[in-house]
Design a protein. Structure first.
Length: 280
């Protein structure tokens, strides 16, 4: 059951807040995943996927023991089986609370981040920090797969319509498709969330035009990133019946954070690394 007060309308989203610059873990606002999973018919006892939400924090800063500012790029991996996701503005406020906080070492910071985020999510959260001397090792990479964005189709509907998805049961394939036309909106504020999505599957060949129409249908849909990816996964699984399916989306950053949910039922699939795309 969702904790009273920890539903999206009670989050700091869309509200004026005071920015804290001293460490405060209570700023984190967990939201139970199950309410939205109930909407798409996913049972807490039998998730149809494994997965992880890969976050990047580009604006992490703190003070060392001598009061000198430090910076790092952080990567966070929150397991999809955790009972709660963490609302992104609260995540940003929490990270900001380190700005004037003295911490003896990056290792101590990493441990504190992992503990606080694990407590909020209800499952172990992995944290890694990239320090400035390693920034040059970062690179960009687009999602692999065949783009379906060049299909010349007419669109007049901008809400998810899973019934429109089609697949050819007589033609079993293994392929990876991708699109950079994913857009959804924040569940609370309605602000646009821009993303790229990759769909890797094995099974009846999915009609590409129907898939592109379906993905573009999220354009006026209000839901958090993680919830959109789970909806896409479940709709494709039910309508197209692939033997194996993986859905991965990389969303552009807001407030120094990006969120990249990955869901899969493929036993051979490996969770992705955190290499950003050009738009991120």
């Amino acid at each position: 059951m969702m904790t009273p007060g920890h539903t999206p309308e009670f989050s700091p989203l869309g509200k004026k807040v005071d920015y804290q610059d001293q460490y405060d873990a209570s700023l984190l606002f967990p939201i139970a995943r199950q309410q939205k999973r109930d909407e798409i018919g996913v049972s807490a006892d039998a998730l149809p996927f494994a997965g992880v939400d890969v976050w990047t924090g580009f604006e992490l800063s703190w003070l060392n023991a001598k009061g000198k500012p430090q910076v790092a790029i952080a990567s966070f991996r929150i397991p999809a089986q955790s009972p709660c996701l963490i609302e992104s503005k609260s995540f940003k406020l929490y990270l900001n609370s380190y700005n004037q906080t003295r911490i003896a070492s990056p290792d101590m910071l990493q441990a504190q981040l992992s503990m606080d985020l694990s407590n909020a999510a209800g499952a172990p959260v992995t944290v890694s920090l990239l320090l400035p001397d390693a920034f040059g090792s970062l690179s960009m990479q687009e999602l692999d797969g065949q783009s379906i964005d060049g299909l010349d189709i007419e669109i007049d509907h901008y809400a998810p319509c899973p019934d429109a998805l089609r697949a050819d049961a007589a033609n079993v394939v293994s392929e990876t498709l991708c699109s950079q036309l994913l857009k959804s909106n924040c569940l609370v504020t309605g602000q646009p969330d821009w993303g790229s999505v990759q769909i890797r599957y094995r099974g009846p060949q999915i009609d590409r035009e129907s898939l592109l129409r379906y993905l573009i249908g999220f354009r006026q849909h209000n839901e958090f990133h993680e919830q959109c990816v789970e909806r896409i996964f479940v709709d494709i699984l039910r309508q197209c019946r692939p033997e194996a399916l993986t859905v991965f989306a990389r969303y552009t950053r807001r407030g120094g954070l990006d969120i990249n949910p990955w869901r899969s039922n493929d036993a051979d699939a490996v969770a992705p690394d955190n290499c950003r795309t050009a738009r991120q």
